[in-house]
Design a protein around this ligand. Structure first.
Ligand code: LLP
Length: 471
């Protein structure tokens, strides 16, 4: 028997990236890296993590595990900072991209802080409306909006519908005629830029489903058709180049292309592009080593870029709009899991990897399996002074790809019943959750000044059985 199931690790037997990520000291494993964790996250006198003044052990005792725990002040501060930064460089409105995570509480919080809401389906629209968000602060997206979704948006008098196809133009125009309104629209253009983190690819064409191509002339033709329809009010162009972007270089190429389309539309059609919506995509830190540009720097760089491009093309600077999603909610929440099993597995070269199974997995966080996403995980219910062990945090689903954190160093004295916290799970985790293996989806709770608000309650087995008429 080893002194500890994980055993001492032989650094020379580890993969380079695993060895590199080994914590510098035992104490380092207890530290909550700033920028990765919600701003109020700290360890209390017991060594347990507290968020918004709530001890994670109490939160799990009350709301069950797994649990998404938001720092409500962090969420509010992010919403406010994004609004201020982008309004400061000429944004008419900053829309929160609801796909990242939406409940009526989230909709109320972000609109309280002055944001609008970008919805991408009739369901997201219904939540925003139920929260009391005024129609004019809502923007609707979708590459295949149904007639019912378009009608609901037009009836709610949403401020913008983003045209994504020629079919959209006719459908939105008809719905507006039926409702007796003139619907403001943007035309979404594809500029051949795909951006992610520090890298971006710029091509002459865009092989993807969104928007209308600027090189084939489809974008110009869409504007021409929109302008002819009296029930549509052409306001401008939309371009979204990707997600989890760390610097402004991708935006620079995209802005150059989109501004030259604006100039051409003015030149050839005499139509002014009053508004330019540059989408979302602002990146966040999942790991301590991630270094996204600060919100103010990103906003001012993008503002300067668009200003310069407009000056080059000799057109007036349009009003801007943005749609951040991840950057508003992502870092504001963590996922708490309870450890169920701790299983050392001997790899080659005498290296042991300990599989730590938690009570959720790919049903509450599909991002690791889907995108090879990386996360920071720590022991949350206590501090430890045990040596680090190389772990893989896995879920309870019936497939081996059910991984939450691929390579993690956790204290060697980890035992069933311990709570783990995974950072920066506020975006695209609960919103992409499933009921795989009939797991009830976790509750989402916000903490602020020692009090909690339920954003979403935990699902019950009755919730799951309700859809089955034979049950
Ligand atoms: N606007 C448009 C038109 C979008 O398509 C998106 C995201 C956003 C805004 C918001 O982007 P954000 O600021 O959140 O990066 N499920 C993936 C992300 C998909 C993003 C899709 N569109 C993930 O978990 O990484």
């Amino acid at each position: 028997m080893r002194a500890h199931p994980a055993g001492p690790l032989h650094a020379d037997g580890l993969m380079a990236h695993e060895a590199a990520s080994r914590p510098e000291s035992v104490a380092a494993m207890n530290v909550l890296a700033p920028g990765v964790w919600p701003s109020s996250a700290r360890r209390n006198a017991d060594g347990a993590i507290e968020i918004g003044g709530i001890d994670v052990r109490d939160a799990v005792a009350e709301f069950g595990s797994p649990l998404f725990l938001f720092d409500e002040d962090d969420l509010r501060t992010r919403a406010r900072r994004y609004r201020e930064a982008y309004v400061g460089v000429g944004a008419r409105l900053v829309y929160y991209a609801a796909k990242a995570f939406l409940t009526t509480s989230v909709a109320r919080i972000v609109t309280d802080e002055g944001l609008g809401i970008d919805v991408a389906s009739g369901g997201e629209l219904a939540v925003a409306l139920r929260a009391g968000v005024p129609g004019e602060r809502i923007l609707m997206h979708g590459n295949n909006k149904s007639l019912a979704e378009i009608e609901a948006a037009v009836e709610a008098r949403v401020g913008r519908i983003v045209v994504d196809s020629f079919e959209d133009i006719v459908r939105i125009a008809d719905a507006a005629v039926r409702a007796g309104v003139v619907q403001p629209v943007l035309v979404r253009v594809t500029v051949g830029v795909e951006a992610h983190t520090h890298e971006f690819i710029a091509t002459a064409h865009e092989d993807q489903k969104f928007g209308l191509s600027v090189t084939s002339g489809a974008a110009d033709e869409a504007v021409r058709r929109v302008a002819k329809l009296p029930s549509l009010d052409f306001r401008g162009l939309h371009s979204h180049i990707g997600s989890q972007i760390f610097d402004a270089s991708g935006f620079e190429v995209a802005a150059a292309r989109v501004v030259s389309v604006a100039q051409r539309i003015w030149d050839e059609q005499g139509i002014e592009v009053e508004e330019l919506n540059l989408g979302g995509g602002m990146g966040i830190a999942y790991l301590e080593t991630d270094d996204p540009l600060d919100v103010i720097d990103m906003a001012s760089q993008i503002g300067d870029i668009v200003g310069k491009q407009c000056a080059n093309e000799g057109i007036p600077m349009p009003a801007l709009a943005f749609e951040p999603g991840r950057a508003i909610v992502g870092p504001a929440a963590v996922t708490l899991y309870e450890v169920g099993t701790v299983k050392p597995v001997e790899l080659d070269r005498g290296v042991v990897r300990t599989y730590v199974s938690v009570d959720g997995g790919m049903s509450d966080n599909i991002r690791t399996a889907l995108y090879d996403a990386e996360y920071t995980v720590v022991l949350a219910s206590r501090e430890s002074s045990a040596e680090p062990m190389l772990c893989r945090v896995v879920g309870k689903h019936c497939e081996s790809g059910d991984i939450v954190v691929r390579d993690a160093w956790l204290p060697g004295d980890l035992v069933p019943g311990d709570l783990l916290a995974v950072a920066a799970t506020g975006a695209y985790c609960r919103s992409m959750a499933s009921n795989y293996n009939y797991l009830p989806r976790p509750a989402v709770v916000a903490a602020r000044d020692g009090a909690t608000t339920v954003f979403l309650r935990r699902e019950t087995l009755d919730d799951l059985l309700r859809l089955d008429p034979g049950a």
